[in-house]
Design a protein around this ligand. Structure first.
Ligand code: NDP
Ligand code: X2W
Length: 347
């Protein structure tokens, strides 16, 4: 516990990742949510929008322009991309930022423009922001004022692939990723594709060959490997469940070397576990509601091929949980503060 808890504003608290950030912060000894913002839902009580928070958090949801920034130390930016940078660039300098959107993930603002179809309003800041994959960039986050949390798919995928990049122990020209996400990954906004009847009892791919997370994944792989030619095939799917994410990486390499590299990378990490060889495949329910990532490695019967599976909860390790872990790292606190009490909800 610090003498004075940090005062946090949650921008976009009326959305899924904002509400999840508020929920998890209830367990945090060093951070107090003092402001919650929304847009269409401003004017309501947070517990009125999200009854599961009733009696736990009774913040009023207000417009960002009505926040008293003098009373705020840190913001969690849980806003759509584009909106996020427009607001973050107006904040006073004393406010630390943990952004969950994609706005500050690209080192190169031109790459951002290509992927998102708009110019970045602060290219110099995005170049300096720390890419917040907690287990890999924690040291760089210490003392930083702006951390850009990875997308939910890149979180699980990079957790598998980064430890295999240096030394390069897989065939870098043969990386194929099949990924599946629950519907909360698309946010709470009313969209036809998120209707129950459009999602239930079916499964479909989307963004095939074009998803905006592909350049984000490739950026981090190339940076880690010291190369510029790594490309991956990434196919996401929407599955009929609310939360959870499952990624299957099809690789070429040696199963024992891959398992050893992953086990070594996460040996001291509280939230990432690499299952022993021969374990059954992990289920998204094994991490549901937690900041955990579980990884399992399998030898394929096809010669030289290895399959690595990772599961996370998109609303925790894939967004709000990792954001809180990143704030802990920025502040030099134990990275597990507020997060280690979360146990999986099973079944
Ligand atoms: N959902 C997930 O699994 C993940 C999401 N992310 C990223 O996190 C961010 C938030 O995602 P998520 O919580 O799912 O999104 P939601 O759609 O559930 O919530 C969006 C929030 O932003 C607010 N908002 C929307 N437009 C504006 C605006 N013009 N001005 C001010 N506020 C606005 C909404 O307010 P209101 O509802 O009151 O209008 C709401 O509070 C996004 O950038 C997303 O890509 C990252 C990783 C995983
Ligand atoms: C199921 C679903 O739609 N998922 C979202 C990814 C969620 C995420 O990580 O979004 P950001 O990169 O915007 O932060 C998508 O595919 O666009």
């Amino acid at each position: 516990m610090t003498d004075q808890p940090l005062k946090a504003a949650i921008l976009g608290a009326s959305g899924y990742t904002g509400a999840e950030t508020v929920r998890i912060l209830r367990n945090h000894p060093n951070v107090t949510p003092v402001a919650a913002t929304g847009n269409a839902l401003a004017g309501k009580k947070l517990s009125g929008i999200f009854p599961h928070l009733r009696g736990k958090h009774d913040l009023d949801v207000i417009k960002a322009e009505d926040v008293d920034w003098n009373g705020v130390d840190v913001v969690f930016g849980c806003l759509p991309h584009g909106t996020s940078q427009d607001l973050i660039e107006t904040l006073p300098a004393h406010v630390k930022v943990v952004d969950l959107s994609s706005d500050y993930r690209f080192r190169d603002a031109d790459l951002y423009s290509q992927a998102y179809g708009r110019e970045h309003i602060a290219p110099e800041r995005t170049a300096k922001a720390i890419y917040g994959l907690s287990e890999h960039n924690g040291e760089q986050m210490m003392g930083s004022n702006l951390v850009a949390c990875p997308g939910c798919y890149p979180t699980a995928i990079l957790m598998v692939l980064l430890p295999l990049m240096k030394p390069m122990i897989i065939d870098r020209d043969a990386i194929i990723i099949d990924a599946k996400s629950g519907a909360t990954g698309a946010g709470r906004g009313l969209k036809e594709g998120n209707l129950f009847s459009e999602v239930t009892e079916g499964l479909h791919a989307y963004g095939v060959g074009t998803h905006r997370h592909t350049p984000e994944i490739e950026q981090e792989l190339n940076l880690r490997a010291g190369l510029n030619d790594i490309e991956v095939t990434f196919t996401p799917h929407l599955i009929p469940m609310a939360r959870g994410e499952h990624v299957t990486c099809h690789l070429r390499g040696d199963v024992d070397s891959i398992h050893a590299a992953l086990s070594a990378a996460y040996a001291d990490q509280p939230f990432v576990s690499v299952l022993p060889l021969g374990s059954p495949p992990p289920d998204t329910r094994h991490v549901r509601g937690t900041n955990d990532c579980r990884i399992a490695v399998f030898k394929d019967r096809a010669k030289g091929r290895v399959i690595v599976i990772a599961v996370i909860d998109n609303l925790v390790k894939g967004s709000s949980g990792q954001a809180i872990q990143n704030l802990n790292l920025m502040m030099g606190w134990d990275q597990a503060l507020g997060l280690d009490a979360l146990l999986p909800l099973f079944p």
